[in-house]
Design a protein around this ligand. Sequence first.
Ligand SMILES: [Zn+2]
Length: 103
Amino acid sequence: MRSLITKKIPISEEEKRQRVRDYNEFEGANVDEEEFVKREIFDEYVELICLKCGHKDEIEYDLLLEMFEFDDIDIPELECPFCRGGTVIPIQFLDEHKRKNHK
Ligand SMILES: [Zn+2]
């Protein structure tokens, strides 16, 4: 898969606290909460667009990687949850896709 442009969104302090508490509780870990919330932590998202209906969406980068981990593909494609039958691709490939299909 080609490298994807991601949007990094910092997570809030509240979210960090929640995550570290969950982690400690469910993984039996002992991460220092105060140390953890001082760190800059981001969620990475990939912006997607449907080629048929133009619906825009976002997906977590990690999730997208997981979904296509074993696929030998160039550009990841998903099915549009909105219009059904539409193909959703990362928005960064939109112009390229248009050029290819209008030769
Ligand atoms: Zn669609």
